[in-house]
Design a protein around this ligand. Sequence first.
Ligand code: 13P
Length: 254
Amino acid sequence: MFKFRKPLIAANWKMHKTVTESLSFVKEFLPLAAGVRDIDIVICPPFTALLALSMVFENSPIKLGAQDVFWANQGAYTGEISPLMLQDLGCQYVIIGHSERRHIIEENDLIINRKISAAKQTNLTPIFCVGETLPEREKGLAREIVQQQLEKGLQDLTAGELVVAYEPVWAIGTGINASPADAREMTGFIREQLAILYDRTWAEGVRILYGGSVKPDNIAQFMNEPDIDGALVGGASLKAADFARIVRLNDNGS
Ligand code: 13P
């Protein structure tokens, strides 16, 4: 598999794992992933485990990401975590606009736009999530919804280091992944939109991930698609052996 853009596979642990559980995952995972050189591996644990993992990752190629961020660097924002604080912990990536935050926490495009802007200013690479719900897909609105999420999320922002994750809401945590053909169509569409919003050269360099029921047994199909540069993995990233098979693209390494 040759990829012009360096593949990136990120684990989104969501609200799973204590510090102790995070450390035991990493102890098991690091040797299993040791041979993987040509893929950026990012682990996004809960905020509470970031410090412990950042110390373990200091001498490892694994990169650290957060699952969310606030848009100001400091101030009276009870309970929030700033981009500066994440940077201080060694985070290089931050997931922004995940569908669970859009739908459960009711984050809107304006908030997401502020968060992407703040992350960029602190040199954290946003993993900007977009994707349609099942009713939206059934009504034929998938492209329109994703186009609006991109346009509003990136409004007034300059081009720069960005990762986009296409996560159709109906595929998240359901065991029903998008077909590679549907994922191909939507990731190609996302790249076209990025070229329209900015310019083609920049858009060609943006890494676009697929997320939604990615498993060891289906990762290779997604990675074969021209506009899919990696994956954002939820459930299957919680077990070290499974996530290791995913970053090895289900190659048993023999
Ligand atoms: P699952 O891999 O559990 O479907 O979750 C996907 C996801 O939401 C990653 O951000």
